[in-house]
Design a protein around this ligand. Structure first.
Ligand code: IMP
Ligand code: MG
Length: 178
């Protein structure tokens, strides 16, 4: 259940339409290629599951786990790799799938790390793009929804590990929550 300090920003129907659009674009762009979809745990788990099922290609899946340090709603730019890929990505077309692009530190660090393993190509897909929060020059190749500001929870996104299981996405103000 949503709690105090939450305002619905994107409904599950709106999210589903963006996921479908992204899946169609990806299916078209990677037709005939050996595609490996890399989910970034934990935040991307619901988006990844929905996106993968909507992609009409024989794609393979693997996961990484990355933690970015910071205060409760702000990053410091320090990125820790907690779980690596199981598969080799050499000569594969790799598409990283994450929940949200904020400062850009996480995806920039992850891309730098994976780029050293000689993938055939390396791109990134995010459900949400907080355009004005960027502190790096990183841009995603596929974006579901761009928005301007605020901290969001739901559909995989958390505040202190809570609210990941909400089906819609909410603007969240920790100061107003109990
Ligand atoms: P970045 O490294 O600042 O781009 O942030 C990447 C990670 O921070 C995301 O994958 C999320 O896990 C987390 N994050 C950034 N903004 C939000 C938000 O508004 N809600 C929940 N998590 C967020
Ligand atoms: Mg994340």
């Amino acid at each position: 259940m949503p709690s105090q300090g939450m305002e619905k920003l994107y409904s599950r129907e709106h999210i589903a339409r963006q996921v479908q659009r992204l899946a169609e674009e990806i299916s078209r762009d990677y037709a005939g290629k050996d595609l490996l979809l890399v989910g970034v745990l934990n935040g991307a788990f619901l988006f990844f599951a929905d996106l993968v099922r909507a992609i009409s290609l024989p794609a393979k899946v693997d996961f990484v786990r990355v933690a970015s340090y910071g205060s409760l709603t702000q990053t410091t730019g320090l990125v820790e790799f907690r779980k690596d890929l199981e598969m080799s990505i050499a000569d594969r077309h790799v598409l990283i799938v994450d929940d949200i692009l904020d400062s850009g530190f996480t995806l920039e660090a992850l891309c730098q790390r994976l780029a050293g393993r000689q993938p055939a190509s390396l791109k990134a897909c995010v459900l949400l793009d907080k355009r004005h929060a960027r502190q790096t020059s990183f841009e995603a190749d596929y974006v579901g929804i761009s928005f301007d500001s605020g901290f969001v929870v739901g559909y995989g996104l958390d505040y202190q590990e809570a609210y990941r299981n909400l089906a819609d996405i909410y603007l969240f103000d920790p100061a107003q929550s109990v």
